[in-house]
Each structure stands twice: as C-alpha cells, then as structure tokens.
Design a protein around this ligand. Structure first.
Ligand SMILES: [Zn+2]
Length: 140
C-alpha cells in the first residue's frame, strides 16, 4: 500500500473504530434507588439504558461486583448503557472480564436478563461467563 492510500483511508477508519468501540465505564454501583448511581473513575454518574439492561444492573446478586459497561455519555454526569442485545454488561471476577448471563440448567436455556426461565418458569441462575463462549456453549 502506498503512503498516499494509507493517508486517505485513515480518517474514515478512525471514525468507524470510534463509533464501534463506544466508551467503557468501569466501576461499582453506589446506589440503586429511583435512579441507578454508578461510581466510575471520574465520580458518580446516573445510569440509563433499556429496561432489560437496567434489570441486570438492579440484580441484587451483582450488588458487590465491579462492572464494566459499554455505552456512551449523553451528558455530563450520565452514562447510557448500550442495548441489551449488544451484550454490554460485564463484571470483573478474579481478574477476568465476564459477560453477565442467566442460565437454566434444567432446560439448558440462556438469557440476558434476570427472571424466570421461559420454559420451566423457575428462576434462572446468574451465570457470568467468558464472553468468547458461544451462547450455546456450556459454562466453564
Ligand atoms: Zn428452565
């Protein structure tokens, strides 16, 4: 590739990469009242997102976890989590970044939000797991 063609590709490529990557916010929930307040590296921010994402953030089983969230900053002091289908909510456990999922071992069904299994109606287990695993892979 010539120098000139590299230069002409750079701006578009850089913009696309930034749009794809979005932002990552690492920290912990400070409070889960009417608003979810998250303690990030630059201080507290109010979380927003779709209803399913917010249900994950309110899961009491994750209350003591360190989160990493994909999203963006719509305004100072706020952070908007990417839509649930983009798998934007992670926790750090024992030095590993794990995507938050829910699992019914009876039916072998995986979900992305807490609640009852769509098949047997039992409460699904919290199952944070390696994000490189496929949805159908069993947990490690
Ligand atoms: Zn089930």
């Amino acid at each position: 590739m010539t120098r000139r063609s590299i230069l002409s590709l750079l701006p578009a490529g850089a913009l696309a990469a930034r749009a794809e990557q979005g932002e990552r916010l690492r920290g912990r929930l400070r409070s889960a009242g009417a608003e979810l307040i998250f303690e990030g590296p630059n201080g507290p921010v109010a979380l927003s997102g779709d209803a399913d994402s917010l249900r994950v953030m309110r899961d009491p089983r994750l209350r003591n976890d360190e989160f990493e969230l994909n999203g963006h900053t719509p305004a100072a002091g706020r952070f908007s989590i990417d839509p649930i289908h983009t798998r934007a909510i992670f926790v750090w456990r024992k030095g590993r970044r794990l995507v938050v999922t829910y699992w019914c071992a009876v039916c072998a069904i995986r979900a992305w939000t807490p609640g009852k299994c769509q098949c047997c109606q039992e409460e699904m287990d919290l199952d944070p797991r390696d994000p490189s695993l496929k949805e159908t892979d069993p947990s490690d």
